[in-house]
Design a protein around this ligand. Structure first.
Ligand code: ATP
Ligand code: MG
Length: 247
């Protein structure tokens, strides 16, 4: 398998006078086309870690290599082109722009980069929207659609440019269980179809067990990391229930 992200001895601190060390020396590699779930207690550093590896926040120290490029010392603004070209984001709250329609929101990643909306792009957007059943609401505004539809819209927006990696932070956290499962299934189908790498933060262990690999962070360190298939579902569940760290 090919490596897409590597971090070595990664640290992240916040604050000047009073320092909070949130990530405490993380070593990890993520493989291409793999769905990794990142779990762990509230405050363990999941969002911080996701933000650092998705180039939204700089690490304090350590190494960060993405697809062969060393981002350890690049600042966040210098990375914004790379981020827009290669990453898709799905968050707990959808962050759709309220004054734009569903369709316009989905095309937003092209507008942000001043790219021309070609027929090919329009076809791609329409196909995606039909596949996840939001074409029929394309002219509605975010406030006029359900939570599940909003989240499906943000998934389409994240996928429309065929990103190398999708970073998702609790994408089902704001949805009821049934809608959450539908949204998860759509994401899984999509990443399979488009060969996308997915790194998803979730506090939901059931959702995590749909991933190929599960990583648990506790207090800014890796506590567990395992492949679900290799362990088998039953053993994987037990590993997740067990509070002790295996790393
Ligand atoms: N910008 C910041 N400034 C100061 N401290 C921060 C900042 N961002 C996060 N933290 C602190 O870092 C720790 C980890 O936060 P983070 O949001 O990464 O946790 P999390 O695992 O995503 O939690 P949750 O499951 O509740 O979303 C927390 O103690 C938080 O208060
Ligand atoms: Mg979080």
């Amino acid at each position: 398998m090919a490596e897409i992200i590597r971090v070595e001895n990664l640290y992240k601190e916040f604050g000047n006078e009073v320092k909070t060390v949130v990530l405490k020396g993380i070593n990890l590699t993520f493989e291409k086309n793999v769905f990794t779930a990142l779990i762990g207690p509230s405050g363990s550093g999941k969002t911080t870690f996701l933000n650092v590896i998705s180039l939204l926040e700089p690490p304090t120290s350590g190494k960060l290599i993405i697809d062969g490029i060393d981002f350890s010392h690049k600042n966040v603004n210098d990375s914004s082109d790379y981020r827009n070209e290669n990453f898709g984001f799905v968050f707990q709250f959808h962050y759709l722009l309220p004054e734009f329609t569903v369709y316009e929101n989905i095309l937003m990643p092209f507008w942000i980069e001043n790219l021309k909306i070609t027929d090919k792009i329009e076809r791609k957007a329409r196909n995606l929207m039909e596949e996840i059943d939001i074409w029929k609401i394309k002219d509605k505004y975010p406030s006029q659609i359900s939570g599940g539809q909003q989240q499906r819209t943000s998934i389409a927006r994240a996928l429309v440019k065929n990103p190398k990696i999708i970073f998702a932070d609790e994408p089902t956290g704001n949805l009821d269980k049934e809608t959450g499962n539908t949204v998860l299934k759509i994401m899984l189908d999509m990443i399979k179809e488009y060969g996308t790498t997915l790194i998803m933060v979730t506090h939901d262990r059931e959702i995590a067990l749909n991933a190929e690999r599960v990583i648990e962070l506790v207090d800014g360190k890796i506590c567990k990391s395992f492949l679900v298939k290799e362990e088998g579902l039953e053993k994987a569940k037990k590993i997740l229930e067990d509070r002790s760290c295996i790393m």
